[in-house]
Design a binder for this molecule. Structure first.
Ligand SMILES: [Zn+2]
Length: 90
């Protein structure tokens, strides 16, 4: 039995998916698209909103749908469309 040398590989996980949009205004919905110029790399996108809406898309078609859905969310978002109170359609 040899002497096991303890080599602990510690890989720090640094994932900060949340950007810090610091515009003058206060944006409500964001969208982030990663589309590398290389055709071999699958593009991906993420759109999220402070109302809890969040979507991920992987693939060209899915990303395009996500962009469309993101635009539609501006009309469907309860935060962006605080129209009238107590209007709940089944
Ligand atoms: Zn929303």
């Amino acid at each position: 039995m040899g002497e096991p040398k303890g080599v602990a590989e510690s890989v720090p996980i640094a994932v900060h998916p949340d950007p810090h949009p610091d515009y003058g205004r206060r944006p409500v919905a964001w969208i982030h698209i990663v589309a590398p110029p290389s055709w071999g790399v699958t593009p991906s996108a993420r759109s999220w909103c402070t109302c809890g809406y969040e979507r991920h898309a992987i693939g060209r078609a899915a990303v395009l749908q996500l962009v469309a859905a993101h635009g539609e969310h501006h009309t469907a978002c309860p935060l962006l469309n605080a129209t009238s109170k107590g209007r709940t359609a089944a």
